[in-house]
Design a protein. Structure first.
Lengths: 273, 273
């Protein structure tokens, strides 16, 4: 067993990726993490594919400056639209959140009816549907539903109010009508809605992409003999492209623990890989 | 009367500013307009003051390259946080949306109770409250309320659904309790919610910042003898920093008429004034 002390890089359009980092910390307790939140340009979900690719390459280039051994794209939109570009261009492994969650969904469904919810850009990319169908060993029907109001509802802290339930009921109606038994939460903000969604969808298995991505990250590093040993100095380093007003309070909710003040890196200093 | 053929520049963080352009077109039918929507970095409302100032200066510098005779900051957040910087640095007049709407509110209230709704950044800046109080000739009490969910609701097209009413009722409750007789719609997206808000707030005068900003733009150009004459070639030129999927359909709603395909200008080509 080697003791690879290089950090793991994680980036997201903002703070949502901290819900993925939470699972990475749980599965990889000895590692150091460098997290970049592109808060000056958040959200990615309403931008074009071309722009999302540009932003993702800039975030990845920043992480590479920290000599990372693995890059986790902790953003569903960037995973959907920019993962192939990053994997082609970079010489470290790049892991997105879509494939791990898709495999879990394909393996977990009993009746073959899987729902996917996410931002408009993630759903429009059709990445989850393609990936779930490719991972399935028997016939799977994937029903996708964009839920653009969920991110602002989470950021507003309206996690289980009547209006939130009304909006969720509207979004979920076609999925319920389709008798899904598995639902992929295809956006890093959505795990905060998990208690409400569980109550509204009894018997449906909810797939949190962070959990399955963290397991894959663990496997990749183990296979490459690049895990840090128990004697390693673990830790988290936070960078953001903008000091946004709600960072600290929201970050704590997403990560499930207090967060150090992030260091700001100017968007003007982000350059293409 | 001169016939100043230079165009009027208008910028916004995205498409919302088209609700201001709508009124500019009505009041200034002979003019040419250059509109820049910073759709690659929308929204501004959740960014820091420093970042909003940087973005606003870049947008204004782009408009100046088109030899504009007036710049209208058709974005409440940028008006609240960057207008003074632009007015200090630029040699053309720069008009924001906050002062015109504030004067209309101060002049229009009968009982001295004025409400203001807007994005979190606009409300946190306290610009409206300060400006309304400064414009008033008798005592005015301003009650401000951030409504972060209204922009995503408008962009989702949920202009008068039960969930939208429930959210609006939650936001408006403290304003109604305060017996406001005037409400400033301090965000360019909100005029699309006007029918619902009117129904929910009988007897309350709603102030659309676009309407009052357009009147001021007209006055400024007239005073400077810089209006275009009736023989001038009127027109609209749209630029965006990203080709976002919903531009055309949303733009038509905001402007109230069909919109030509916008020209994309890369954010990387926007430089500081």
């Amino acid at each position: 067993m080697t003791h690879d002390q290089r950090p793991i890089g994680v980036f997201d359009s903002g703070i949502g990726g901290l819900s993925v980092l939470k699972h990475l910390l749980h599965h990889l307790p000895h590692e150091r993490f460098v997290y970049l939140g592109d808060t000056a340009r958040v959200p990615y979900g309403n931008k074009s594919a071309e722009t999302i690719k540009l932003y993702a390459r800039q975030c990845a280039a920043f992480l590479q400056q920290h000599n990372v051994k693995l890059i986790v794209v902790a953003c569903n939109t960037a995973s959907a639209l920019a993962l192939d570009v990053l994997q082609r261009e970079l010489d470290v492994p790049v892991l997105g959140v879509i494939e791990p969650a898709s495999r879990a969904a394909a393996a977990g469904t009993a009746n073959g009816h899987v729902g996917v919810i996410g931002t408009r850009a993630t759903i429009a990319s059709n990445s989850y549907a393609r990936c779930i169908e490719a991972s399935a060993t028997s016939r799977v029907i994937v029903q996708s539903q964009p839920c653009p109001l969920f991110v602002p509802l989470v950021e507003e802290g309206w996690l289980d109010l009547p209006a939130t339930r009304l909006i969720a009921a509207e979004y979920l109606r076609p999925l319920i009508a389709n008798h899904i038994d598995t639902l992929v939460l295809g956006c890093t903000h959505y795990p905060l809605l998990m208690p409400m969604l569980e109550a509204m969808l009894p018997g449906v298995r909810l797939i949190d992409c962070g959990e399955w991505t963290a397991r894959d990250a663990c496997d990749i590093l183990a296979q490459r003999d690049e895990l840090a040993g128990p004697e390693a100095q673990s830790g988290m380093y936070f960078y953001v492209t903008d000091h946004t007003p709600l960072f600290t309070s929201l970050a704590q909710q997403f990560l499930g623990r207090p967060v150090n003040d992030p260091v700001r890196v100017s968007v003007d200093h982000l350059t293409d890989a």
